[in-house]
Design a protein around this ligand. Structure first.
Ligand code: DX5
Ligand code: ZN
Length: 217
């Protein structure tokens, strides 16, 4: 699969979200970080903003839920217009049931792992998912430094996906930039979230193209 670049609006201007979506035309998905001040020490946005953003852009929305009790809230993000919904396994009470519910509602189901969460415990449930997200920073904030310690897990996950003959996507999120994206791609990631590397650039759309070209190299 050609590399996908998903700009994270966490690094965008929240007062001008429609314009910020236009600024990254050509991106594969728009990555929307939902934080609840409990699962992570930061607070961002909820379903009303997702609904408005879904109306304001043709780019499909990739909602990354960094919240407690995603079992209760994730389905509402599908209803709000998300094309892909990611919950954290550390917060989910019944991850298999939740993944099935997200799919049944018509979105892609994805599960996220924090840097210290092993993939091995979840090998058997990979077929329930359309994407796995390996966090390459501790979730909560944009602009953090990429954690190299996550690279072996990306490799092991890619091997498990191949072993089971799955088509699922492997996403990385956190500190992804021109300096780190090649290492992630080499380790087996194919979907790349980039916040500061895209919205901190002079020309965000050009940054998306450049990152994609680097990952595809
Ligand atoms: C961090 C968020 C990321 C964040 C990435 O918890 O999940 O999506 O926006 O920002 P950068 O690319 O700046 O590390
Ligand atoms: Zn994210």
């Amino acid at each position: 699969m050609a590399a996908q670049i998903n700009p994270s609006i966490l690094s965008a201007d929240f007062a001008r979200l429609a314009d910020e979506a236009k600024a990254v035309e050509g991106a594969d998905y728009l990555h929307v970080d939902v934080m609840d001040n409990h699962f992570v020490p930061n607070l961002t946005l909820g379903t009303p903003v997702v609904e408005s953003l879904a109306r304001a852009t043709d780019i499909p929305l990739d909602c990354h839920l960094m919240i407690e009790d995603p079992d209760r809230w994730a389905p509402q993000y599908v209803e709000a217009g998300a094309s892909s919904v990611t919950f954290h396994v550390e917060a989910a009470h019944a991850p298999v049931r939740l993944a099935r519910e997200i799919r049944a509602k018509g979105a892609r189901a994805a599960m996220a792992l924090k840097p210290a969460t092993p993939i091995e415990s979840y090998e058997d449930m990979l077929p329930e998912l359309d994407m796995l997200l390996i966090m390459t920073v501790e979730p909560g904030f944009g602009g953090q430094a990429f954690l190299d310690i996550t690279l072996p897990k990306i490799r092991r996950t890619r091997d498990l996906i191949a072993k089971h003959g799955l088509q699922m996507w492997l996403q990385v999120d956190g500190g992804v930039s021109a300096e780190t994206i090649e290492r992630c791609a080499e380790a087996g990631a194919d979907v790349f979230v980039a916040g500061s590397a895209v919205y901190g650039a002079q020309d965000p759309a050009e940054a998306v193209r450049a990152l994609r070209a680097q990952a595809d190299r």
